[in-house]
Design a protein around this ligand. Structure first.
Ligand code: LRH
Ligand code: MN
Ligand code: MN
Length: 430
C-alpha cells in the first residue's frame, strides 16, 4: 500500500481552492484547441502517461566548486532522499522513478530500499556510476582518468565499479547504466587523444559485456569539466562512435547542459534518433556551461524544440524509447520545489509539442514556406497549456499547484526538525 508522506486531505483542501477556476480554464483551452482540430482529452491522456526520473543527487543542495550552502532538513542518506522524491511524486505524479548514483547512494539493504521506494510509488530508473571522484580507501586514484586511464589497474578498478553498479541495479529493478566519465586532459600534449579513446573503448567493452540482456548502457558526453582542455567523450560524435563500436545496447544520452552555448541540441537529438542511438536525456538548463539550472528556466523554447523532435519522430512511427531524467543542482532554491518545477516544465514542453500541426508543418517545409513553418511551431509553443497540466495532476490525486501545496504542507520545516544537519546532502559536484 502507498504510504502518504503528505496528508491527502491537505492536497484535497488545497486543490479545492483552485477547482472552480481550473474547470473553466480547462473548458476554455479545450475550445481553443478544438478550433485548431485538437482534442484536449486525447492530449491530456498522452501527457498523463508521461514521466520523468528524479536524480537522487538533486534533492540535496548541490553547491559549486566554490561553496555549498546546505539547506535545512536535507536528506542524510538514500532513504531520506527516497522520501523527498516520494513527496515530489505525490505532489506532481510526473516523476514515477528515481535515478541513483553510486557510491553516493550506497546502502546496506537494497531490498529494503526497493520496498521503501515502492511504498512511495517509486521505481528505479538508470543507475549512475561514479569514477570521477575518489572514494575513501580506494586503491587507485581517478585524478588522471578512470576508464581511459594510462594505468591498467586503474581502468580495471573503474570497470569493476561499473559492474557493481549493474549488480545493484538488478536488485532494484533498474534496466540501464549511465556512464559519464570526467576523463580528459588539461594541457595540450598531456594526453594522446587516440590512445585514450581506445583505452576507453576497451574498458567500456568489458562493462558492455556484463550488461544483462534487457539492459541499456547510456553513454553521456560532456564538452568539458573537470578536464578543461580535452575530454574523452566530449560530444555526440565521440559518444556515437563509442556506442556504435560497443553494440546495440549502447546508446547516447544527451544532458542539455553538456554542450557549448548555442549548440543546436534539437538537431543532435534528431541525428541520434535517426541513428537509433538516442538513449535519453538529462534535462536541465544553462546560460553558460553545465549550470544545472531548472529545466526551461533560461530557454524554454529550446526545450520545446527538443520535444518537437521527439513528438515528430513518434508521429512518424519511428521506434525509440528515450529515458527521461532530470539532472540539476540547487544552490538558491529548495531542491524539492525546483525538481517539481522542472518536472512540470518538461511535461509542459511535451504537451506543447503535441499541439504542433504536423500535416501543416510538413506542407510548409515541402513548399519552403519558412515563415509559416516557424509560425506553426510558435503557435504550439505559445499555447498556455497550464490548465491541461493542472487537470492531469488533479485527476491523478496530485496537487494542482505543487509548490503551493508543498509550502502549505510544512514538509521542509518538519524535516528540518527530524533531520539534524549533517555533512550529507547534494552528493558532491554535479
Ligand atoms: C556530469 C553529470 C553526470 C553525473 C552528474 C552528477 O556533469 O551531468 O550526469 O553523473 O552530473
Ligand atoms: Mn548529467
Ligand atoms: Mn552535468
Amino acid at each position: 500500500a502507498t504510504q502518504h508522506l503528505i496528508d491527502p486531505a491537505l492536497i484535497a483542501a488545497e486543490n479545492a481552492k483552485h477547482a472552480a477556476h481550473l474547470a473553466s480554464d480547462y473548458a476554455h483551452l479545450g475550445e481553443q484547441l478544438a478550433r485548431r482540430g485538437l482534442d484536449i482529452d486525447a492530449v491530456r491522456a498522452q501527457v498523463a502517461a508521461f514521466g520523468v526520473a528524479i536524480p537522487s543527487w538533486g534533492v540535496g543542495t548541490g553547491g559549486t566548486r566554490f561553496a555549498r550552502f546546505p539547506g535545512p532538513g536535507e536528506p542524510r542518506h538514500v532513504f531520506d532522499k527516497i522520501d523527498d522524491c516520494g513527496v515530489i511524486q505525490q505532489l506532481t505524479r510526473a516523476t514515477p522513478t528515481v535515478s541513483l548514483h553510486i557510491p553516493w547512494d550506497l546502502c546496506s539493504d537494497w531490498r529494503e530500499l526497493r520496498e521503501a521506494a515502492a511504498a512511495r510509488g517509486l521505481a528505479f530508473d538508470a543507475m549512475n556510476s561514479n569514477t570521477f571522484s575518489d572514494q575513501p580507501g580506494q586503491a587507485h586514484s581517478y585524478k588522471f582518468g578512470s576508464l581511459s586511464h594510462t594505468d591498467a589497474a586503474t581502468r580495471a578498478q573503474a570497470v569493476e565499479h561499473n559492474l557493481a553498479c549493474i549488480e545493484i541495479g538488478q536488485q532494484l529493478g533498474s534496466k540501464a547504466l549511465t556512464v559519464w566519465v570526467g576523463d580528459g586532459s588539461n594541457f595540450p600534449g598531456q594526453q594522446h587523444f587516440r590512445r585514450a579513446f581506445d583505452r576507453y573503448l576497451d574498458s567500456a567493452r568489458q562493462i558492455y559485456a556484463a550488461l544483462p540482456g534487457d539492459w541499456r548502457m547510456m553513454l553521456e558526453h560532456k564538452i568539458c569539466e573537470p578536464a578543461f582542455y580535452s575530454t574523452v567523450i566530449q560530444d555526440w560524435g565521440s559518444s556515437l562512435l563509442a556506442a556504435q563500436t560497443l553494440g546495440p545496447k549502447a546508446q547516447c544520452l544527451v544532458d542539455l547542459g553538456h554542450h557549448a552555448p548555442n549548440v543546436n541540441i534539437e538537431l543532435i537529438v534528431a541525428r541520434l534518433i535517426a541513428a537509433g542511438k538516442l538513449a535519453g536525456f538529462h534535462f536541465n538548463d544553462s546560460k553558460y556551461g553545465d549550470d544545472d539550472l531548472d529545466a526551461g528556466s533560461v530557454s524554454p523554447y529550446r526545450l520545446f524544440l527538443v520535444f518537437n523532435e521527439l513528438v515528430a519522430a513518434a508521429h512518424e512511427g519511428v521506434a525509440f524509447d528515450p529515458a527521461y531524467m532530470l539532472d540539476q543542482s540547487h544552490n538558491v532554491t529548495d531542491p524539492i520545489e525546483s525538481l517539481m518545477t522542472s518536472a512540470v516544465q518538461v511535461q509542459r514542453s511535451y504537451a506543447q509539442a503535441l499541439l504542433v500541426d504536423r500535416a501543416a508543418l510538413d506542407a510548409a517545409q515541402d513548399a519552403n514556406d519558412a515563415l509559416t513553418a516557424t509560425h506553426l511551431l510558435k503557435a504550439a509553443f505559445q499555447t498556455d497549456v497550464t490548465p491541461l497540466l493542472q487537470r492531469v495532476r488533479a485527476d491523478a490525486g496530485a496537487a494542482i499547484d505543487p509548490v503551493g501545496a508543498y509550502r502549505a504542507s510544512g514538509w521542509r520545516q518538519r524535516m528540518a526538525a527530524q533531520r539534524p544537519a549533517s555533512r550529507a546532502g547534494g552528493g558532491g559536484i554535479v
